[in-house]
Write a protein that binds this ligand. Structure first.
Ligand code: PGA
Length: 250
């Protein structure tokens, strides 16, 4: 059995006071459930404060990105080991805003996966196709290509440190979301590819859906067999809607 995971990606939103208040509210909402996991991705600068708020709770903490390098002369970058110092357990790698806005390539993201695993932290790898790729019938090929590029070299222990988030680029922040059937079809293809790479891990790995997940659509998406959670942007920024998402995430 895979425990459902609801993750809030706060992106570059919220000041420290609002982030702290939201973290407290999420901690309280999550406390009512033992059968689902909750994870928050604040900005780097808020990790330490949010970690202190979440201490002793079941809510996990993650960073939205990390450097592809271990340490050294990389001005403005933040390393996986510094993120570990800040008490985060997960690092999000390859979010579409980094792939498409910041032009991060598959090869660069593979290096980041290496940095996260060196620290013993969890990777949440985001994969997803653009609208043009979907319309030209290439969605599965693109998504599985991204997965292969970042993960196909992993060993068995490393696979235990991986979660995958399928986020169709055209659904992020647009109010459009994949139908539950389309999400399931892609999640099934992703799990099939993981099975080809590591048969033991495939039934255990969590595959989240992301892209305009809201309280009114989460239940139908999560009802699908291979959807193990949601990575939520906009609807994770309000305490009430995030509490609803946690409640509905079965
Ligand atoms: P959204 O963002 O829920 O606002 O579409 C999801 C994400 O980018 O992870």
């Amino acid at each position: 059995m895979r425990t459902p995971l609801i993750a809030g990606n706060w992106k570059m939103n919220l000041n420290l006071a609002d982030a702290s208040a939201l973290a407290k509210a999420v901690k309280d909402s999550a406390a009512a459930y033992n059968d689902r996991d909750v994870l928050l991705y604040p900005t780097f600068l808020q990790l330490t404060q949010v970690a202190a708020i979440l201490a002793g709770s079941k809510v996990s903490l993650g960073a939205q990105n990390c450097s592809a390098e271990k340490d050294g002369a990389f001005t403005g970058e933040i390393s996986a080991s510094q993120i570990k110092d800040a008490q985060a357990g997960y690092i999000l790698i390859g979010h579409s805003e980094r792939r498409h806005v910041l032009k991060e390539t598959d090869a660069f993201l593979k290096q980041k996966v290496e940095r996260v695993l060196e620290q013993g932290l969890m990777v949440m790898l985001c994969v997803g196709e653009t609208l043009a790729e979907r319309e030209s019938g290439k969605a599965v090929e693109v998504v599985l290509g991204q997965l292969n590029a970042a993960l196909s070299h992993l060993n068995g222990d490393e696979w235990r440190k991986i979660a995958i988030a399928y986020e169709p680029v055209w659904a992020i922040g647009t109010g459009k979301n994949a139908t539950p059937e389309d999400a399931q079809a892609m999640h099934e293809a992703i799990r099939g590819r993981v099975a080809a790479l590591n048969a033991d891990i495939a039934p255990k790995i969590r595959i989240l859906y992301g892209g305009s997940v809201k309280p009114d659509n989460i239940a139908a998406i999560m009802a699908k067999a291979d959807v193990d959670g949601a990575l939520v942007g906009g609807a994770s920024l309000k305490a009430e809607s995030f509490a609803e998402l946690i409640r509905l995430a079965k």
